[in-house]
Design a protein around this ligand. Structure first.
Ligand code: FMN
Length: 200
């Protein structure tokens, strides 16, 4: 791997200014973001909340049936201080690898039925899944486990964003093949959920 395309993220904070109760109370889908970029520390915090490793055994912030972790997290970075615009893949040991250069948020917005707010969010997360990691063990039932898990991870991300003065909107309406093509997704993977994040 080209070492230049790998960015180690700053250590995430383990404390914060808002209670879980306040984050739950304040979370609201936000489709209008101000012009402030995100810092690399904020991006780090968001990625960690979704899928970061929190135990020496490799367990993560979100639960996973059988600890099989079928999710892959991609980050469309548009305006992040200290990070080139591009598409990145998150490694839960807390780094990102650039998989495509340049700002691709507008393409993602078009693939999401022209939901233009996606192009204005400084950062957009995309959750994909390798279903076989679940179905190899749990058969057809493993498919529903994947959808349960992505809900856990996305909700972590939404609440973490609120706790740090950011807003989110989750997006389920998009064309799978167009989104998959943007990140050269393997045939056994599926894009499931988009989460647009920005300052409010
Ligand atoms: C599975 C799912 C898919 C969604 N897809 C979209 C979407 O494509 N575009 C959008 O703007 N909001 C989407 N939303 C957000 C809902 O519109 C929003 O959660 C709902 O209006 C309630 O508002 P709140 O999130 O502020 O509580 C989705 C929510 C869920 C749970």
């Amino acid at each position: 791997m080209d070492s230049k395309s790998l960015v180690r993220l700053p250590e995430p904070r383990r404390d914060g200014p808002l209670s879980v109760e306040q984050a739950l109370l304040n979370r609201r889908s936000t489709r209008a973001f101000n012009n402030d970029p995100l810092s690399l520390a904020e991006l780090s915090q968001l990625a960690w909340s979704a899928q970061g490793v929190t135990s020496p055994r490799g367990y993560r912030t979100a639960p996973s049936a059988g600890a099989l972790y079928p999710l892959e997290v991609f980050i469309f970075a548009g305006r992040v201080e200290g990070l080139d615009a591009g598409v990145y893949k998150y490694d839960p040991r807390h780094s990102v690898e650039k998989i495509a250069a340049g700002d691709r948020r507008a393409d993602l917005a078009r693939a999401a039925l022209n939901q233009s707010f996606i192009a204005t969010a400084p950062v957009v997360f995309l959750f994909c899944a390798v279903f076989a990691r679940m179905t190899n063990k749990y058969g057809e039932r493993g498919r529903r486990y994947v959808f349960m898990e992505v809900g856990h991870a996305a909700q972590n991300l939404c609440l973490q964003a609120v706790a740090r003065g950011m807003g989110t909107t989750v997006v389920g309406a998009f064309q799978d093949d167009r989104v998959g093509d943007m990140i050269a997704l393997a045939p056994n993977e599926l894009p499931i959920y988009i989460v647009a994040v920005g300052k409010i």
